[in-house]
Write a protein that binds this ligand. Structure first.
Ligand SMILES: [Zn+2]
Length: 269
């Protein structure tokens, strides 16, 4: 499932491509993906111009001239493609937005959604999200403060969107590996030194993942060489059985309440 770096990659690339463009047509092939009647969805969107592409946690926000916002969550299996009728992918798109020639295709949106909201509705929807790890206000002391109230397991806490938003299965493991801390540790047992390492690993791993375009592989457009560049740079995620890049011992894959966990039990403590 795409996390903060994947959605930030999409945000940056789409900001350059769709801002200022007017939607000329919509096509909804799966009504459950949207929140309105397709005719109403089309009526509000056609003729409307995109003024800003923003991101909040794992959501992408397309701000429109009318004041409406398209809120996208890709969940599991969703991805985007920006191209023309000639170079589109040979797969069904649940929703398409045309901007004259270029078209934005929303693929794999079975669990994911694209909802058209007013500003008030958007605030309500995003209200319960925790702080963003890369926000300037999210300092080491804020992180320490937030951990003080927690009793649970580190991994489960890191992926809790109400506590901290944007991190999921992949980056929680990558952050713990970088900090040399086991994701299965209990939070009250973490030392101040370990909390500090976690904080700086979080900053480092997320920024590096954004720099390399996240781990989701399908390119956003033809000749897109950025998206998915971090996939080969994951140190533990999806590398069960492969040698640890730090110590050479095999990466262990385990399960923590239905979530996959990847860690090196030799050099993470
Ligand atoms: Zn190791």
């Amino acid at each position: 499932m795409p996390e903060l770096p994947e959605m930030e990659t999409y945000r940056r690339l789409l900001q350059e491509r769709v801002v200022g463009r007017t939607i000329t047509a919509t096509l909804v092939q799966r009504e459950k993906t949207i929140n309105l009647d397709p005719a109403q969805f089309d009526q509000i969107l056609v003729g409307n111009r995109i003024t800003l592409v923003d991101r909040c946690a794992k959501h992408l926000l397309f701000h429109l001239e009318s004041g409406h916002i398209l809120l996208l969550h890709l969940m599991l299996g969703g991805f985007l493609y920006y191209g023309t009728v000639d170079d589109k992918l040979g797969r069904t798109a649940q929703v398409t937005l045309s901007f004259g020639q270029p078209i934005l295709y929303f693929h794999g949106l079975r669990l994911g959604y694209l909802h058209l909201l007013t500003a008030g509705q958007l605030d309500e929807r995003l209200d319960s999200l925790g702080p963003e790890p890369l926000d300037a206000a999210f300092t080491l002391s804020r992180f320490t403060e937030l951990l003080e109230d927690k009793r649970g397991i580190l991994k489960t806490t890191l992926v809790d969107q109400h506590w901290l938003s944007g991190i999921g299965n992949c980056y929680s493991d990558e952050i713990c590996f970088d900090a040399q801390i086991l994701p299965t540790r209990r939070i009250p047992e973490l030392t101040q030194e370990e909390i500090k390492r976690l904080y700086f690993s979080m900053q480092k791993v997320l920024k590096e993942a954004i720099q390399y375009g996240g781990y989701m592989e399908p390119p956003l457009y033809r000749d897109d060489h950025l998206t998915g560049g971090f996939n080969d740079r994951c140190r533990v995620y999806d590398r069960g059985g492969e040698p640890c890049l730090r110590c050479g011992q095999p990466i262990i894959q385990s399960k923590l309440s239905s979530r996959k966990v990847f860690a090196c039990i030799n050099c993470q403590h």
